[in-house]
Design a protein. Sequence first.
Length: 197
Amino acid sequence: MSSKDDLGRVGLSHDVEAELRQEAGVDVFEVAGSIKWFDVAKGYGFIVPDNDLPDVLLHVTCLRRDGYQTAYEGARVVCEVLDRPRGLQAMRILSMDESTAVHPSQMPPSRTHVTVTAETGFVPVEVKWFNRVRGFGFLSEGEGAPDIFIHMETLRRFGMTELRPGQTVYVRWGEGPKGRMVAEIRPESGGHIPASH
């Protein structure tokens, strides 16, 4: 037989927002600011508030729950924030304006590797291998197709930090000095990538 306490637990909502609001001594307030950076692979990033408050942690679960796949550097955001013992954390995205965001393709190209101009539209490819320490890897459009080189800097420019063998991603590629090279990349989950033209 269940106790009254057990029944109360069964009826509890698994709503993260409600749980966060109920934390002892936690204040919730509205903040406007800009995305400092956001890394989809790590699952978090930071917002720089307009009012000189410390940076606000933005977790991917908050972002996705409120209908966004990613957050681009420079995008304007208004959110509800929790003042937790370990710092400020976004609880709910009220609005996001990407018109001020820096699209990954607009970021200055890295000087550590050759950049290419995309000659294709986005095509699905499979990761053959990728080594973060060495800073590069290879992708495949399928059997018989030439491998496509991917540099770590290209991955970073588009908000990603790693690739796993067998993972499917979408790329636009161009011909480089030694063959096909990735010009743009996006995850298979299809986070919205604004047009670069």
